[in-house]
Design a protein around this ligand. Sequence first.
Ligand SMILES: Nc1nc2c(ncn2[C@@H]2O[C@H](COP(=O)(O)OP(=O)(O)OP(=O)(O)O)[C@@H](O)[C@H]2O)c(=O)[nH]1
Ligand SMILES: [Mg+2]
Length: 471
Amino acid sequence: MPYSSRYAVGDTIAAIATPFGEGGISVVKVSGPEAVRLAEGLLRSRRRLSEVPPRHMLHAWAIDPSSGEPLDEVLAVRFDPPRSYTGEEVAEIHCHGGCAVSQRILEILLQLGARHASPGEFTFRAFFNGKMDLTQVESVLSLIRARTEAALKSAARSLGGAVRRRAESVRERLLRLAAWIEAQIDYPDEDVPQAEVEALASELEGICEDLEDLLERMRAGQLLGEGIRVAIVGRPNVGKSSLLNALLKEARAIVTSIPGTTRDIVEGVISHKGIPIRLADTAGIRETIDEVESIGVQRALAAARESDVNVLVLDGSDDLTEEDLRLMEEFAHKPMVVVVNKLDLPSRITPEGVRREALRRLGRDLRAEVLEISALRGTNVEALKEALVRFVLEGEGGLQEALSSTPRQISCVLDSSEHLKEAKLALDEGLGLEVVAELIRRSLEKLDVLLGLSAQEDVIEQIFSSFCVGK
Ligand SMILES: Nc1nc2c(ncn2[C@@H]2O[C@H](COP(=O)(O)OP(=O)(O)OP(=O)(O)O)[C@@H](O)[C@H]2O)c(=O)[nH]1
Ligand SMILES: [Mg+2]
């Protein structure tokens, strides 16, 4: 049973579910055993809320019980357990938008005996009552925060239980394997029929593949929510800041002809095909004795390490330098797009030339797209955006089936999958069924943490504390 000392359960809670400020309507939500009775304490209408069928709107007046004065003309609705968001009895009062009315209705409900809900408390009750697992809880937040349509879709899939169903199916298969091993463990290993050991090995492999597939979709979902982190790097004066400005279509970063202009990281976010691209313009990388610039160079290198993909900018009006090749070598191990800038000037570098030099330097083909652009004129900047999202579309197994997820979820699935790979290895190496069983048990534990079946109190509280009041 999920537990949290922050949230009590069993009493009736109330909160305003809509944002503070002016709007068409505001919704005051009440959940708990007394929800309908408390709402009836301030509603006047021809029928009582408890007499109307659940999920049917009732037209009513909200009355201030202390004065008998009408407050607002409202609509009210009730949901009976377990068919409500929290799984409990729920009443909602939909009043006119604006702060005063909803605030007064809430105050009356509190006077009548409701407790003001803490942030995320309605969702905690949904989790507590088994209406949602922890992955669905986290996708509520992703849904609220989604900034693009693609992110919204992947959050909706996770909220619908796509991660939960896949994790549960793996869990059930693992439980079956664990039970089978349990039954064999009393026999010496050599007595277990070889065919059955082979079946175990192939089932383990199949489950590992399912987890890998789940991971790929979750990573894609995370990229959709968080965006692709892109670091624009290169030696000084090649046009990195000009490129950032061209991508953002605004003069965000300072551009001058003096090498070493950018010192700190300059950030901006754009969106292409529904995928957020988080850009970081960085200081030109070179050896320097200037203390400020040198810190900037360290930050540039850190940004390039932490990014999902790097854009290495070269100055096409200049010769390819030793520094350019050194940077290419340094970043070649991760996704990269090489940009030959200043296409509007007479060119001294071609994409073919870049590939030839890279082959000589790296001893293998450059696994990166090479694009010619002009940051000054905006030529081919769209093609660069396209190349950046293509990397995600191809690298993360497509976004059609992306599932929104959090780093916590990804690390649970990753750990679970690692333990299973170890289990498979242990089986192949004949380490004995007891070792295999122990590794399967560890893998199962990680799935339990993922779903919140055995989540610790601090993890639960950390997740719910990022919610707003009324959710
Ligand atoms: N002709 C031409 N000039 C460009 C282009 N892109 C940048 N420049 C010029 O190159 C110079 C350096 O541009 P920046 O964008 O400041 O270069 P940077 O790479 O950010 O330089 P640092 O911040 O010093 O590392 C400026 O004079 C720009 O106007 C381009 O596409 N064509
Ligand atoms: Mg710059």
